[in-house]
Each structure stands twice: as structure tokens, then as C-alpha cells.
Design a protein around this ligand. Structure first.
Ligand code: GLN
Length: 278
């Protein structure tokens, strides 16, 4: 069968099974090792037997609801490709917006002044390290996640320090000027789509009864690691957590300017505190 017909037929199979048909093209580009233009060029070709078998194996996994990023083993984030598996959250486009905003805020930063807590695949820390040209500190409670993040840092050539532990506990000194985190923030009883809850680590998703446990913990621990001239605390948040997290921050840091930013879908997604007078 020609590539064009195979693509159409397979997209229909996925759609009939209630899955995302866009995954088919993404997976096929990976099997053929081509970009979208490369795929167009091959539309009237036949797949080799080996390619067809590999393609179908992946399609079977997509039909069961496995995320395409797991089938490929990689996910794009801020123009780079990150290894992902069941031990880490798949980086989300909303988090790329967080990076965009952060890069606009950070003007002067030196090695080890940024910490990313709950780094997972390392997407935030590695991107900041590469974009800013500094060493970034990271913490994650999961040794499996740290293993993935280390491989990503290595393959992308990023300068990142890894600590295994809970919250900010492993950060010993007052070295931090910028604290970033996309912690687990889903409320305990929220039902997520099976493609998320069946494949991504619950440790990275659920943040206690009201989803705010990690914000409380990090804000309380932050007083111990932030330098007197700290600049910025930034959290990714759930769409309904903006006011709560902003209040937690302004209670602890009344002198700071706090704010809530929306994502591209118009949902509250980022809460920040900026120390005044900088
Ligand atoms: N944004 C993720 C989701 O909607 C949740 C990520 C998180 O809890 N930090 O599945």
C-alpha cells in the first residue's frame, strides 16, 4: 500500500477507536525518519516490509491509548527533543510558554542561581541552562526521573546539577535567586483522561486533596534557600489555582510583587512573585 493510502486508512482506524488521529502522521514521520516535507515527498512510495511492520507495531500501541510520545520515546520541547518514558511527565506546550515568559524576565544570572524543583524529564532546567548559558540546579524525588533527565542533559549538552530528594531539602545553602517549579498540582479526586493517568507518573500529577500541597511546601522551604537578593519565584499551576497560590506567595513574601498569567487558551497557568526593587 502506498504511504498516502496507508496514512488515511490508519488515521480512520485511530479515529474510530476514539484516539487522536494526528498521532499517526507523527509516528510515521518517526518510522521513516523524515520531517513533514519528507513525508510529502514519500506519499506515493510503498513502505518496505520492515517499515510497515514497525509502523503497525506502533499503531497497535496507539490504539490501546498509549501516548505517541511514549511510542516514539521522545517529546519535543522548546525546539529540542527530550527522551520520555513512564517515569516522567510528558512536557506540555503550556510549559513552553512558562519558559518564554521566564526568558523575558531573566537578565543577569550566574551558575547555580536557578533551581527547578520536580524536574522530571529535565525539560525546564535543561532548556533554561541552554538558553541562558548557565548551570541550573534541579531536584526530583524520583531516581527514575533523574536518570531520564540526566540522559537528556547529556545528549543535549546542558549543564545541570541533579539532586534526589523531596522539595528543596537537598539544596543546602542560600544560593538561589530564581525558583521554578511545575509541581504535581492535580487535585486528588480529579479524573484524568486514561491516556494521561494510565501512562504518566501519578507522583508528577497529583498534589494532594486540593492540589496545592507542593506549593505550600516549596513556599515554606524557599525562605531557607533564597538569597536576600532573590529575583523570582515562578510556578506552573492548574487553571483554578491562581488566586490560592498567589495568596500563599504574598503571605510569605509581602514585599514582593505577585501576579497570575494566562496560557494561550486563556486559562490561568503561571503564578509568580518578583522581589521588589529589582
Ligand atoms: N498539566 C498537566 C496535566 O494537565 C499536569 C501537570 C502537573 O500536575 N504539573 O495533565
Amino acid at each position: 500500500m502506498r504511504v498516502a493510502a496507508l496514512l488515511k486508512q490508519t488515521e480512520e482506524r485511530l479515529q474510530a477507536a476514539g484516539r487522536d488521529r494526528a498521532a499517526v502522521e507523527w509516528w510515521l514521520m518517526h518510522v521513516l525518519q523524515v520531517d513533514r516535507t519528507g513525508l510529502l515527498v514519500r506519499l506515493s512510495d510503498e513502505l518496505s516490509e520492515e517499515e510497515a511492520k514497525r509502523f503497525e507495531d506502533g499503531i497497535e500501541r496507539l490504539l490501546t491509548g498509549e501516548p505517541v510520545q511514549h511510542v516514539i520515546g521522545q517529546a519535543p520541547f522548546y525546539g529540542r527533543s527530550f527522551e520520555v518514558n513512564r517515569d516522567v511527565l510528558i512536557p506540555r506546550p503550556e510549559t513552553e510558554e512558562l519558559i518564554d515568559w521566564l526568558l523575558g524576565q531573566i537578565h543577569h544570572v550566574a551558575n547555580d542561581e536557578i533551581v527547578d524543583v520536580g524536574t522530571g524529564s529535565g525539560a525546564i532546567a535543561i532548556t533554561l541552562s541552554l538558553e541562558l548559558g548557565v548551570r541550573v540546579q534541579t531536584v526530583d524525588i524520583s531516581p527514575e526521573a533523574i536518570a531520564v533527565a540526566k540522559r537528556n542533559a547529556e545528549s543535549l549538552g546542558a549543564d545541570v546539577r541533579f539532586y534526589e530528594g523531596d522539595g528543596l531539602a537537598p539544596i543546602a545553602d542560600r544560593s538561589i535567586r530564581i525558583l521554578v517549579s511545575n509541581p504535581p498540582y492535580i487535585e486528588a479526586d480529579v479524573l484524568l483522561d486514561e491516556t494521561v493517568v494510565g501512562y504518566e507518573p501519578h507522583l508528577a500529577l497529583f498534589g494532594g486533596a486540593d492540589g496545592l500541597d507542593m506549593y505550600r511546601q516549596l513556599i515554606s522551604e524557599s525562605v531557607r534557600v533564597l538569597r536576600a537578593d532573590w529575583q523570582l519565584i515562578v510556578f506552573e499551576i492548574g487553571y483554578n489555582q491562581g488566586q490560592d497560590v498567589k495568596s500563599l506567595l504574598s503571605e510569605r513574601y509581602p514585599e514582593a510583587e505577585t501576579g497570575i498569567l494566562k496560557d494561550i487558551n486563556g486559562k490561568d497557568r503561571i503564578v509568580y512573585a518578583v522581589r521588589e526593587g529589582i
